[in-house]
Design a protein around this ligand. Structure first.
Ligand SMILES: Cc1cc2nc3c(=O)[nH]c(=O)nc-3n(C[C@H](O)[C@H](O)[C@H](O)COP(=O)(O)OP(=O)(O)OC[C@H]3O[C@@H](n4cnc5c(N)ncnc54)[C@H](O)[C@@H]3O)c2cc1C
Length: 232
């Protein structure tokens, strides 16, 4: 489906990450974890980029994507948009989606790869699914963590959701894990990992390294869905 939609809200999520919310047309349907392509005017020309939807299908009044701002042309043009400005949107696309088809899942996210995972967690929570979800997120520093307060809130509502955060360049105050996601973290946080389906999203290098790790711990490829956030 292709449509034009107006910005309804812009939310600052971290020092360099913002969420852009658009009016959701009645007929626009998607699955948690999918992405859209967003077309805007950049220096007088149309430019398009893909973004995972960070909103959930259960959020009926808006669709949202969440962009790491880079200071480059497209990013600046997006950042200069205000409520009421409109963009072209097409989609949904992508196979890394979840509709409740598995009983136990693990979500592995690196950096901005958290966006589709927020959609999946929100979906499972709003739908009251029995699916047991473990989300393992890796970021560089405390400042890079997005959706953390909301994920904590979701954990209170949804006893089937557990979130584990690791920070590879955390400040001295951080009491949690400082390792990159590795086999040890997965085995420790998810002792029944062999019974689960995995979802992986992050920069291409992170996704490749997760695939290698999942291979070493005997997770077959058919139990893994993945999305690479290319473009950085
Ligand atoms: C399926 C999918 C889902 C995605 N979901 C998200 C998402 O949820 N959130 C998100 O933020 N992104 C997402 N992306 C990536 C997104 O589409 C963009 O590629 C990304 O946000 C960077 O766009 P940009 O215009 O800010 O940067 P770009 O200008 O495209 O820069 C990208 C790369 O080019 C280099 N570069 C570009 N211009 C210059 C310059 N003038 N000088 C030096 N280096 C330069 C940069 O260093 C960088 O490595 C997704 C991508 C895919 C494929």
């Amino acid at each position: 489906m292709k449509f034009e939609s107006g910005v309804t809200q812009i939310l600052q999520r971290s020092h360099n990450i913002k969420s852009f919310r658009f009016r959701r047309p009645d007929k626009f349907d998607f699955k948690a974890g999918q992405y859209i392509v967003v077309t805007i005017d950049v220096a007088g020309k149309k430019a398009s980029k893909p973004f995972s939807l960070s909103s959930s299908p259960t959020e009926k009044d808006h669709i949202e994507f969440t962009k790491k701002l880079t200071g480059h042309e497209y990013s600046n043009a997006l950042d200069s948009m205000r409520a009421g400005d409109s963009a072209g949107i097409s989609g949904p696309y992508g196979k890394m989606s979840f509709e409740g088809e598995f009983d136990r899942i693990v979500l592995l996210s690196g950096g901005i790869g958290i966006t589709p995972m927020r959609s999946i967690c929100r979906y499972c929570t709003d739908m009251g699914l029995d699916t047991d979800v473990v989300l393992i997120c890796s970021d560089k520093t405390e400042e890079d963590m997005v959706f953390w307060n909301e994920l904590e809130e979701m954990m209170h509502k949804n006893r089937n959701l557990m979130v584990f955060q690791t920070l590879t360049r955390a400040s001295g105050n951080w009491k949690g894990s400082r390792e990159r996601i590795n086999a040890g973290i997965i085995k420790h946080q998810v002792p029944d990992y062999l019974t689960r389906h995995f979802f992986v999203c992050g920069p291409p290098g992170m996704v490749e390294s997760m695939m290698e790790i999942l291979h070493t711990i005997d997770i077959p490829e058919e139990k893994i869905k993945k999305e690479s956030i290319t473009g950085y």
